[in-house]
Ligand binder design. Structure first.
Ligand code: NAD
Ligand code: UD1
Length: 349
């Protein structure tokens, strides 16, 4: 087995889940992954690159070039730039549109920027796909539901977003339906729940990454609000499988939830991470975040029935895999480090 690595590697890092039913495959296509230098997009690009021609369009705001797998072509550009998007889309069979301002907090701080990237950028992708006659899979979000009336939340739940980010995703989700219905290009929107896995980085990378970093450093974990809010955490390898299923389904012009159907509170998550890492880190509470959704858990039947997709990686399994991988990386970097950095004064002269 290839040693685990910090960078995204979907094929090796399936959270330890074992395959059951046969997988859908995408082969011999030209695919474009917008946001393919980011967390989810790079996993997707890596999973597709052996069997397809893969292009990545990314402006590297949060993504990094080293996340783009060998064999994929990185086109540095902005999804709001219609000319750049059309150029990247020429000859493309399927586009997986992942590029976005991903942080709810950031959208609250600057809703115009979030709208520009998330909505105008998506429209540019849809227009270019229409011209190229490409199939589209859009990254929507559970944030479209806001605080749902009932749980688990079904696809028919009213969309009442609590944040500008959620409103952006409502808009693109609606455009998915409209483009499929009006222009006849197959479009599917995938409403991801809370995604985690290897390669999630940066200051707005989500609660699992934030807790893991702190727990491994024995720093106190910050819980926003009372910690009783719930989330459905889905492993990135499952997100990749859902995207491939969406790229091959006949059931287009619609949206699907992509979650596990299980949820935990943020307080429970902190406890699991402390337990799995063996950390002595404490927890402390800060103010609840503005725009924060209270409860979230996916109804998964529609994705199962129409896409043939079910999440496979249970939270504890995905977490323990992630933690082991981190430890191996730390050990490896410690064993090869030393020399030129500030060498410790060991008294040898
Ligand atoms: P990410 O920040 O790691 O990746 C986003 C990528 O888009 C980055 O590489 C970034 O550089 C790129 N990008 C940003 N603005 C761009 C622009 N204007 N032009 C071109 N590229 C641009 O985030 P992620 O977690 O991989 O999210 C991918 C998608 O999944 C997003 O659409 C996000 O809204 C959606 N989503 C994520 C989650 C989650 O929990 N991570 C949940 C639901 C939905
Ligand atoms: C996340 C995604 C968003 C996606 C949505 C789908 C990120 C950065 N955002 O938003 O793109 O559309 O899921 O459901 O991945 N929290 C803490 N302490 C921390 C960090 C977070 O208590 O240090 C809390 C937050 O207040 C929130 C919960 O943990 O209640 C989850 O937060 P976060 O991981 O940022 O994700 P969402 O806001 O749910």
């Amino acid at each position: 087995m290839t040693p685990p690595q910090d960078g995204p590697d979907t094929r090796e890092n399936d959270g330890g889940a074992s395959a059951g039913e046969p997988e859908q495959k995408l082969r011999d296509k030209t695919v474009l992954v917008t946001g393919g230098a980011g967390f989810i997009g790079s996993h997707l690009a890596r999973a597709l690159v052996g069997d397809n021609e893969v292009r990545v369009l990314d402006n590297l705001t949060t993504g990094t070039p080293d996340s783009v797998p060998d064999g994929a072509t990185l086109i540095e550009g902005d999804v709001r730039d219609e000319t750049a998007v059309k150029r990247a889309m020429a000859g493309v069979d399927v586009v997986f549109h992942q590029a976005a301002v991903v942080s709810v907090e950031e959208s609250v701080a600057d809703p115009s920027r979030s709208h520009g990237v998330n909505v105008d950028g998506t429209l540019a992708v849809l227009e270019a796909a229409r011209e190229a006659d490409a199939r589209v899979v859009l990254a929507s979000s559970a944030a479209v539901y806001g605080d749902p009336e009932s749980l688990p939340v079904t696809i028919d739940e009213a969309m009442t977003p609590r944040s500008p980010y959620g409103a952006d995703k409502v808009a693109i989700d609606a455009y998915a339906h409209a483009y499929d219905a009006t222009y006849g290009i197959p479009v599917v929107a995938l409403r991801y729940f809370n995604v985690y896995g290897p390669g999630q980085r940066g200051p707005y990378s989500g609660v699992i990454e934030a807790f893991l970093q702190r727990a491994l450093d024995d720093d106190s974990l910050t819980i926003h609000g009372d910690g009783e809010q719930t989330r459905d955490f889905v492993h990135v390898s499952d997100i990749v499988r859902a995207n491939v299923a969406a790229a091959t389904t006949e059931h287009t012009g619609t949206a699907y939830n992509v979650g596990t159907g299980e949820s935990v509170t943020v307080t429970e998550l902190a406890a699991i991470i402390r337990e799995e890492t063996g950390s002595d880190a404490g927890v402390h509470h800060e103010d609840a975040r503005s725009g924060d959704v209270r409860h979230s858990r996916a109804a998964t039947e529609r994705a199962r029935d129409q896409l043939g997709f079910e999440a496979r990686v249970p939270l504890r399994e995905g977490l323990s895999h992630l933690i082991n991988q981190r430890r191996e990386i730390t050990q490896r970097s410690e064993s090869v480090e030393p020399i030129s950095q500030e060498a410790p004064d060991n008294g040898d002269g």
